[in-house]
Write a protein that binds this ligand. Structure first.
Ligand code: UGA
Length: 435
């Protein structure tokens, strides 16, 4: 099929490559000249394991091409996916839908009568109906608009796109259902559930799923707060409650909390939208979810101060700065905020991260960084593990111990082998645990 993907950030670039991998002829549209030129040369503008190889492969087969704007060739597509961002609006909790609106209005001038427009961006419930009104007015006919949320995670984005748990589609008409089934046919053949919903439910599935995931993490981090004052162990607690299949053992890792471009802004956007709809109290608990999450960052800043007397003038090494491993995304990264706050208090921060130091240099130029792990910890008064990259879990604590000034580590992700680190002479401070 002929497919156009509009917006080539994490979501759009991954989706475009995935569609080409399925055998479709894909055109990716991206107005940002830097992103466009990188992608056209087979270079991903962000780190995503496996996606770079798949991009090179699909470019070489000619299945994937890129353009800065719609033209007669892209206008002939049978399906258009809108994948532009919906960031948090400056000075507000609400999602900024202006990019989705302008992408839809722009597309309405090109889209064919039989083509389907499938929105994949995360939007406040009610957005699709508003977009349809605007698109119909511009196109002069009934545009086949559908909502098809995406559930990929950074770090496993391509795998999540090609082998999703489910495909969720909200439509206004049956023609859209058929076209969307056709485009995902190779995935559906392997038995992936296809959920045909009304449009508001499809929009809500996405924000509800992210709100639930965020709530799970904040739940266990709230337990960590209780554990810290009662002598209990939140890691053991998570394991014990997770055996109950109704609770499950996933997404209960306690630590410095969630960040990234999705969960934090999605729960805030959800609260703002619920407020607009007059049901703010229904999701008021998400305010607590947000606050518990942010308090974990305060906790690390305060632990560092307690441990060092005060942090001013002290050398602190942050291991990992991205919001999660296998990603170079620094958006709302807990490790980054903690590092910046400690630096603002007068500490000398050195940051190590396997892939994020280039974006870090422009994002937080005040932080020093080191590409070599051993050089990064040299003479440190305190080491903080901020992102659970595999190499930190596997590092030899004895080797590190010979380089630091003081063998104290705050394990912000509860991934270190505590006994091994203690045997090597380290004081290990773990969130939610009394060890
Ligand atoms: C999240 C959702 O998991 C995806 O399903 C969704 O498609 C995506 O948002 C989106 O809306 O686009 P992502 O932000 O890539 O995906 O990463 P997650 O794996 O969800 O991790 C989010 C944050 O939670 C990370 O900072 C991670 O360290 C933290 N986390 C995760 C915990 O602190 N504890 C856990 O148990 C799990």
């Amino acid at each position: 099929m002929k497919v156009t993907v509009i917006g080539l950030g994490y979501l759009g670039a991954t989706h475009a490559v995935a569609m080409a991998e399925l055998g479709h002829e894909v055109i990716g549209i991206e107005p940002d000249p830097r992103k466009l030129s990188a992608l056209s040369q087979g270079v991903l503008p962000f780190h995503e394991p496996g996606l770079d190889t798949a991009l090179t492969k699909t470019l070489a087969t000619g299945k994937l091409t890129f353009k800065a704007a719609h033209d007669a060739e892209s206008a002939a597509s049978e399906i258009f996916f809108i994948c532009v961002g919906t960031p948090q609006r400056a000075g507000s909790d609400a999602a900024d839908t202006s990019y989705v609106i302008s992408a839809a209005e722009d597309l309405a001038r090109w889209v064919g009568r039989d083509a389907v427009v499938a929105g994949k961006s995360t939007v406040p419930v009610g957005t699709a109906a508003e977009l349809k009104k605007r698109m119909d007015a511009i196109a002069g006919f009934d545009v086949h608009l559908a909502w098809n949320p995406e559930f990929l995670r950074e770090g496993t984005a391509l795998e999540d796109s090609l082998r999703p748990d489910r495909i969720v589609v909200g439509t206004f008409d049956q023609h859209s259902v058929q076209v969307i089934k056709n485009v995902y046919a190779p995935i559906l053949e392997s038995g992936t559930p296809f959920l045909e919903l009304d449009v508001p439910t499809a929009e809500l599935v996405k924000v509800a799923a992210n709100a639930f995931l965020a709530t799970k993490i904040s739940f266990i981090n709230a337990m960590a707060e209780v554990a810290e004052v009662s002598g209990a162990d939140a890691v053991a607690l998570a394991k014990a409650i997770g055996y109950d299949e109704r609770i499950g053992n996933k997404f209960l890792r306690t630590g410095i909390g969630f960040g990234g471009g999705c969960l934090p802004k999605d729960i805030r956007g959800f609260m703002a939208r619920a407020d607009e709809l007059g049901v703010g109290s229904a999701v008021e608990f998400l305010r607590n979810v947000d606050q518990v999450n942010l308090r974990r960052r305060d906790r690390v800043v305060s632990l560092a101060n307690t441990e060092l007397g005060e942090v001013s003038g002290k050398a602190i090494t942050m291991l990992g700065i991205s919001f999660k491993p296998d990603s170079d995304d620094l958006r709302d990264s807990p490790a980054l905020e903690i590092a910046q706050r400690l630096q603002a208090q007068g500490a000398h921060l050195t940051v190590h991260d396997p892939v994020s130091l280039v974006p870090l240099a422009s994002r937080a130029p005040e932080l020093s960084s080191e590409q070599d792990l051993m050089a990064a910890v040299k003479s440190a008064d305190l080491v903080i593990l901020g992102t659970e990259w595999k190499q930190y879990r596997e590092v030899d604590p004895a080797e590190l111990g010979e380089l630091v000034k003081t063998k104290t580590v705050i394990d912000g992700r509860n991934v270190l082998d505590v006994a091994r680190w203690q045997q090597a002479g380290w004081k290990v401070i773990a969130l939610g645990r009394n060890i």
